[in-house]
Every structure is written in C-alpha cells, then in structure tokens.
Design a binder for this molecule. Structure first.
Ligand SMILES: [Cu+2]
Length: 119
C-alpha cells in the first residue's frame, strides 16, 4: 500500500509539469457564467479553436448549475455542479458546432443552453 502511494505521488509530480506546459501551448479558454438569478448563461454563443478547450464556468447564483458539452446527443465532458463558485472542464474538440447546457433538471428546458463554435 505504502509503495503504491509513493508511486502515485511520483507519477503525479512527473505528469503535472507536462500538463501545464501543454496548456501554455495553445489551449483555448472559454469563459461561461451564470447570473445571480435566472436559469440561463450570460453567453448564448462562444468560440474556440480546435484542439484542447478549457471551459471555465463561474456561477454567481445560489442555484446550482453546471456545464455539459455535447455533439448531437454525444456527451463530451462536463463540469462539476456548483453554486456560487467556479468550476472547469477541458475537452478536446474538432472544428464544428457543439451545444452546452446545464443538466440540473429543468434548466436546459428553461433556456440554460448555448452554442460553442470551434474553428
Ligand atoms: Cu442550471
């Protein structure tokens, strides 16, 4: 057990610098936010470059929200669900049109969705 823990720590230490240098080399950052009240995002359409896309979601509301990225009905990634806080998710996307939405019941239907255009 102890040996396994040590290996895990060494792995984490050796992987992390690689991940951060990769993010310095051309990750698109997309900012989404939700207002203090209302079931919606502040952005209807956002843009990113093909490749790694980091979505940073700021929820200003006490109501819990999240961000799910999908292509058609295929889910590609999602943030944690959060109230009054910031969560992130990184997905790798080809050029195309994607949807983002909140999966908390009722929110997408109420209008909590938008379009992510990757070029
Ligand atoms: Cu929501």
């Amino acid at each position: 057990m102890r040996k396994f823990m040590l290996v895990a720590v060494v792995l984490a230490a050796s992987v992390l610098p690689v991940a951060s240098s990769a993010s310095a080399a051309g990750v698109s950052v997309v900012h989404l936010s939700a207002p203090v009240s209302g079931l919606r995002y502040d952005q209807k359409t956002v843009h990113a470059h093909a490749g790694k896309v980091e979505i940073i979601f700021l929820n200003r509301s006490a109501i819990k929200h999240n961000v799910n990225i999908e292509s058609g009905e295929h889910e590609l990634g999602h943030t944690r669900t959060v109230s009054r806080g910031t969560v992130k998710v990184t997905v790798t996307l080809k050029a195309g049109k994607y949807n983002y939405y909140c999966s908390v019941p009722g929110h997408e239907d109420a209008g909590m969705h938008g379009t992510l255009i990757v070029s």
